[in-house]
Design a protein around this ligand. Sequence first.
Ligand SMILES: [Mg+2]
Length: 193
Amino acid sequence: MMTMIDPEYLAFDIDGVIADTMQLFIDILRDHYQIDSVRYEDITAYRLDQCLDLDEKVLEGALKQILNGGYQVTLKAIPGAGSVLRRIGKTTGRILMVTARSEPGPLDDWMSNLLDGQYSSAKIVATGSHEHKTEILLAHGVRWFVEDRPETCELIKAAGIEPILFRQPWNRESMDFLHVESWLELQQKIVFP
Ligand SMILES: [Mg+2]
């Protein structure tokens, strides 16, 4: 059966779905730590310490930079994310994003650029943990949530929300959920009014 998503009840994770955070991580490694051995396809687990052989201090330093915004390189959007989100903003008046970061930090300005005129429709909720996403989604009446972390998909599915796994090298093993390979594919499943 074809999935048809009502954009009024759709929400999004940010890192790995809207923001190409893993590419940012790779760029920070190269630019700030002179490490150019990590490829995107090498990131086969959400936990970076489980799939990459990196010094603990380097890993922690780079992750801290991602959260604080202390980097020279540019965080890119995943192709298509901006146009689909702006279209959702235009048609529903609300773009809901729920991140496990404890604060949006640099994402706020970044999102304002990406969403352009639709930024006023945006709401970013920073839960501080993966486990708290479910209650936020339920409180906002969300029925579909686009997410790249399989464990979070499990949690929200158990709460009756339909996870849409955004395919990435670190979630190839998870076949149990609805999934999309791209924003183009996601857009085709959304029924715009
Ligand atoms: Mg994510």
